[in-house]
Design a protein around this ligand. Structure first.
Ligand SMILES: [Fe+2]
Ligand SMILES: [Fe+2]
Length: 399
């Protein structure tokens, strides 16, 4: 899991709003201590805690957050899938000895050649524009908030790691997945440090804020919702890391292309695993699963780094998302593509034998795609016209 960005305009689009957001705020200025944001098509009431000193706590909380929404009898479904997950899901984790490690892409500080290799990284990075670095930093911070995502998985009923070292297949997956993901933030962090282009202290603060805030993705401890979410997110991170790999190419930075491309291929493997879990749920419980899918899309997918903060800019997540949209690292079109991919992957349109609720859900998700497609161009051109703003991550240069 990692970055997934939906643009500011996408967020503010009434019909597709992903999460009730705060009123506009001026960077550096704080609104009154509590701000109740209005929710669009959602019963949720989001409260913002505005004191900067409180930012080691979640600062946007959904007061109506449901918990344990999956009926208790459905926990049994996940228990009964233990052996299936062992044979079909754990195979998507690579043995540690066969995994790449960040050191494979970085200068070796134990050798004399270290200084020369580090200098080369810095030289190559000079060619790359600030816009690109803002996106790479946002991606890296999102990866570095991994504790939030392991927690996210460990509150899902029926699959959570009950002891912290539980031998169940689900728990083995959660720990193994986390361990693989940990290399992503680690590698990007070290690369960015060596690039000499970014304000590492501001970035490190942002990571601390984000982990302190938690994630609060609103999954209601419900693994149906949780695995829909991870399916979406892994696909989104595959797309965005793939884009940063591609965008580094014209600047001749093959090392950076390789770094981002290697991370993207991990994300792809994780996407295959999570979408397979949901495929199995569609097979066992098509009605419940299609309703969960529609519920997720109506409820809006909250991005993993939506609570991003750097100590200065309240809307830094939106600003980062706009830059990503502008340079084509992750756009509204990608968002629609992911939905289209998932609809096809799970053959949602062809589901039969559904209850009337199930059919309504099926209709809803299938009709959502053309509605999104209609908005894409407008959203992308709006992001392209958005004014550049200063980012603390690049020493207040504008991007
Ligand atoms: Fe991932
Ligand atoms: Fe990742």
């Amino acid at each position: 899991m990692a970055t997934s960005i939906v643009t500011d305009s996408f967020l503010s689009s009434k019909s597709l709003r992903l999460h009730p957001r705060a009123a506009p705020s001026t960077p550096g200025l704080r609104s009154p201590r509590f701000f109740v944001a209005s929710a669009v098509r959602s019963a949720a009431t989001t409260v913002e805690i505005q004191s900067p000193n409180e930012r080691f706590k979640p600062y946007r909380i959904n007061l109506n957050e449901k918990t344990h929404s999956m009926p208790p009898q459905k926990v049994e479904i996940f228990k009964s899938l233990e052996d299936w997950a062992e044979d079909n899901i754990l195979v998507y984790l690579k043995p540690v000895e066969k995994c790449w490690q960040p050191q494979d892409f970085l200068p070796d500080a134990t050798t004399e050649g270290f200084y020369e290799q580090a200098r080369e990284i810095k030289e190559r990075a000079k060619e790359i524009p600030d816009d690109y670095f803002v996106v790479l930093v946002g991606d890296m911070i999102t990866e570095e908030a991994l504790p939030n995502y392991q927690t996210f998985l460990n509150v899902l009923d029926g699959v959570k790691d009950e002891t912290g070292s539980s031998p169940t297949s689900w728990a083995n997956w959660i720990r193994g997945w986390t361990a693989e993901e940990n290399r992503h933030g680690d590698l990007l962090n070290k690369y960015l440090y060596l690039s000499g282009r970014v304000d590492m202290r501001q970035i490190e603060k942002s990571i601390q804020y984000l982990i302190g805030s938690g994630m609060g993705a609103g999954m209601e401890n419900n693994p149906y919702l949780g695995f829909m979410y991870t399916s979406f997110q892994e696909r989104a991170t595959f797309v965005t890391h793939g884009s940063t790999a591609r965008l580094a190419k014209p600047y001749g930075d093959h090392n950076l292309t390789q770094i981002c491309g290697t991370i993207a291929s991990d994300e792809k493997r994780h996407e295959v695993a999570y979408t397979k879990i949901v495929e199995k749920l569609f097979e066992i419980d098509p009605d419940g699963t299609v309703q969960a899918f529609a519920y997720m899309m109506k409820k809006k997918i909250v991005m993993p780094a939506w609570q991003l903060y750097d100590g200065r800019d309240d809307k830094i997540f939106d600003h980062y998302a706009t830059v990503a949209q502008r340079i084509g690292a992750y756009t509204a079109r990608d968002y629609g593509d992911i939905l289209e991919f998932l609809l096809g992957r799970w053959k949602v349109e062809g589901l039969t034998g559904l209850s009337s609720e199930g059919r309504k859900s099926q209709e809803y998700v299938c009709e959502l795609l053309p509605r999104m497609r209609n908005l894409e161009e407008r959203i992308i051109s709006k992001a392209k016209q958005a004014p550049k703003i200063p980012f603390s991550w690049i020493f207040d240069r504008e991007a």
